[in-house]
Design a protein around this ligand. Structure first.
Ligand code: GLY
Ligand code: MN
Ligand code: MN
Length: 356
């Protein structure tokens, strides 16, 4: 944790930030280690203060012993302002993407003349590069998803509802140590598999359906995110064709992922492959996203992805093809960027599995 505060201070110096209010709970957790539901961090070149309320005093001492603990009894932003005054802060940087308009107004009122400075993505950028401790937890989260998939394909059969499958996945992951799913589990079968984000419904699985399962575990605060599409019965020609195109696009993209290319270039590898095979218009989302404390975080692998990939980043690779008259296929793995290329963290079988 001290290392993270050190990196944050270096980043603050680069942007000429003397005092920084970290209010976004995920960013505050990253910087301090404190997981409680309420609290903010105030960081300067010499001070690292965590402000929270009575409920969390013991927890902070355990999780964030390196932070100076300050208890607030009135509004938390009032205590922030008091601390700023005591420290002689001239201008307070705040996370403009996370503080609401009314919170900012309230903060300005309490600061009473101390300036505020809106900044973006300061902690989010640090979070992109995972340390060894984070990678170890993400590997475990990925393993939980792999093992849940292995088990669900022993159990899944026509006649079950999509919701039954989602519930089983949830239970399996929790039995394996997950605190929860990392997002609402997607189980989309038959024509519904053409819905890229078809949350599990009451639809009954039928022979002839493609079934897309997109799920992941939250484990010790970190998310995994995997998608597999399976076939109930034998695929028809078109189902087989789109499966093969998506699988090849996904493998080609992974083969090209390495430090130095941008998120846009990585996206382009999958997109070009799918477009070359005639399905470009049916792949209407980005190829992937960063993964960590949040299931969707920087960097993006998409046409908007300007970030240059670097060792330590973890991203998903998840191309898909969606045909409303037939159904859809998506295949998603979690991938760690390494010095020389990348390492796939999810290992579940992705050749087409057919279940009678
Ligand atoms: N489950 C959402 C995603 O794969 O990004
Ligand atoms: Mn997913
Ligand atoms: Mn994803």
């Amino acid at each position: 944790m001290e290392q993270r505060i050190h990196r944050l201070r270096r980043r603050m110096e680069e942007s000429d930030i003397g005092a920084f209010l970290v209010s976004h709970p995920v960013n505050r957790r990253y910087v301090t280690g404190f997981t409680g539901s309420s609290g903010v961090a105030l960081i300067t070149a010499t001070e690292a203060i965590l402000i929270t309320d009575f409920r969390y005093l013991t927890q902070v001492k355990e999780q964030a012993p390196h932070m100076t603990l300050v208890q607030h009894k009135g509004p938390i932003l009032e205590t922030v302002a008091e601390q700023c005054r005591q420290l002689g802060v001239k201008s307070l940087a705040f996370e403009q993407d996370h503080l609401t308009f009314s919170q900012h107004q309230q903060l300005e009122g309490f600061l009473n003349g101390i300036a505020t400075d809106p900044v973006s993505d300061i902690v989010e950028e640090l979070r992109m590069i995972k340390d060894e401790e984070e990678l170890s937890v993400i590997r475990d989260a990925a393993l939980i998803a792999d093992r849940a998939f292995y088990q669900i394909i022993q159990e899944i059969k026509p006649g079950m509802k999509e919701k039954d499958v989602a519930l089983r996945l949830e239970i399996l992951m929790r039995e394996m140590g997950a605190s929860s799913s990392s997002f609402d589990i997607i189980v989309a079968s038959g024509l519904r598999s053409a819905l890229p984000h078809g949350t599990a419904s009451d639809k009954v699985l039928e022979k002839g359906d493609l079934v897309t399962m997109d799920f992941g575990a939250y484990y010790q605060g970190y998310a995994s995110d995997i998608t597999r599409t399976i076939m109930l019965g034998q695929p028809n020609e078109k189902q087989k064709e789109i499966y093969d195109v998506v699988l090849e696009a996904q493998k080609c993209c992974i083969a090209q992922i390495r430090p130095g290319i941008t998120g846009r270039e990585a996206d382009g590898v999958a997109r070009d492959y799918i477009t070359k095979h005639g399905y470009g218009d049916s792949f209407g989302h980005g190829t992937g996203h960063g993964l960590g404390l949040e299931v969707h975080e920087a960097p993006r692998l998409s046409i908007h992805g300007n970030t240059v990939l670097a060792p330590g980043m973890v991203v998903t690779v998840e191309p898909g093809i969606y045909l409303p008259e037939l159904g859809g296929v998506r295949i998603e793995d979690d991938v760690l960027i390494t010095e020389s290329g990348c390492e796939v963290l999810t290992h579940a079988n992705k050749e087409l599995i057919m279940i009678d």
